[in-house]
Design a protein around this ligand. Structure first.
Ligand code: SIN
Length: 282
């Protein structure tokens, strides 16, 4: 079905709302191409007032690539292709509360994620996004030269497995793996990644997964890593999305980081997420 699509930028640096499209429809290739272009241009796009049943959610995701199955979240969903992210009143921890890109410890992290607001609090529970092209472009020439060719180690040990789960799961309704069969996944990726579709360079490190630089100790890595992570979260590089029931955020996981704000207080928040497979960062 053909929709007349309007792209409205949200800030000067990242994010756009897309209007005039029902993403539960069988969309024509031109409309899907326009959504993909808006995603590449703005790093994250938002849709309002959608009615996205799980099968339509997955069908929309598949127009952008195969579905990525999340390796460690134990959500309420029985469908492995869907993660339900639930925050109950009283939860002290939530999924995605640090600045991160999703599951970057994988050799091929997802290209994107499509998050749908099922039950949204009247206030609180917004999500922040930060443009990592800008993070790279605003570094000095000296820093850019130093980072050229450097690789960082991305591990899931901070967010899953028995040790992390002991701290996280007690405060959180959506649990992470805590079984003894769990084994760390660790992969080295370039610190400066070239986006496979736009050809632009971007900074590719994040709080949840990046634990150090290749061939350096974690203590040696920490000061530079901390600098790069904070540098990439500056307000001028971010947007903040206020959810309503039926809102959808579709982010380019290669080009931005995101953070879920844990301020929904007494309210429940239920989100449904489908991720799209990606390729090895280069
Ligand atoms: C996530 O990190 O994917 C969760 C984002 C959110 O719940 O807003």
């Amino acid at each position: 079905m053909r929709n007349s699509l309007e792209v409205r930028p949200l800030t000067g640096s990242i994010g756009a709302e897309i209007h005039g499209v029902d993403i539960a429809d069988d969309l024509d290739d031109g409309t899907i191409g326009a959504i993909r272009q808006a995603l590449l241009d703005h790093c994250v796009v938002f849709f309002r007032d959608q009615n996205l049943e799980p099968e339509r959610h997955k069908a929309f995701a598949r127009r952008f690539g195969p579905i990525f199955v999340h390796p460690f979240l134990r959500s309420k969903s029985t469908d492995p292709e869907i993660v339900e992210i639930t925050r109950e009143p009283g939860d002290t921890r939530i999924v995605g509360e640090d600045w991160h890109a999703d599951t970057t410890m994988m050799p091929e992290p997802p290209m994107g994620a499509i998050l749908y607001g099922v039950e949204v609090p009247p206030y609180g529970g917004d999500t922040l996004f930060a443009n990592q092209y800008l993070a790279y472009e605003t570094l000095s020439d000296g820093m850019k030269r130093m980072l050229e060719g450097m690789r960082a180690l991305h591990s899931d040990r901070l967010v899953t497995g028995p040790a992390a789960a002991a701290k996280i799961n007690a405060g959180r309704s959506t649990k992470t793996r805590d079984d003894s069969e769990w084994r760390e996944t660790i992969t080295a990726h370039p610190v400066v990644r070239t986006h496979p579709e736009t050809g632009r360079k971007l900074l590719f490190v994040n709080r949840s997964y990046t634990v150090g630089f290749e061939d350096m100790t974690e203590a040696e890595s920490r000061p530079l890593l901390d600098f790069l992570m904070e540098h990439g979260n500056q307000p001028e590089m971010t947007c903040r999305f206020r959810w309503r029931q039926g809102s959808v955020a579709f982010w380019d996981n290669r080009a931005c980081k995101h953070l879920a704000i844990n301020d929904a207080g007494q309210y429940r928040r239920v989100m449904r997420r489908v991720q799209v497979a990606g390729d090895a960062p280069r």
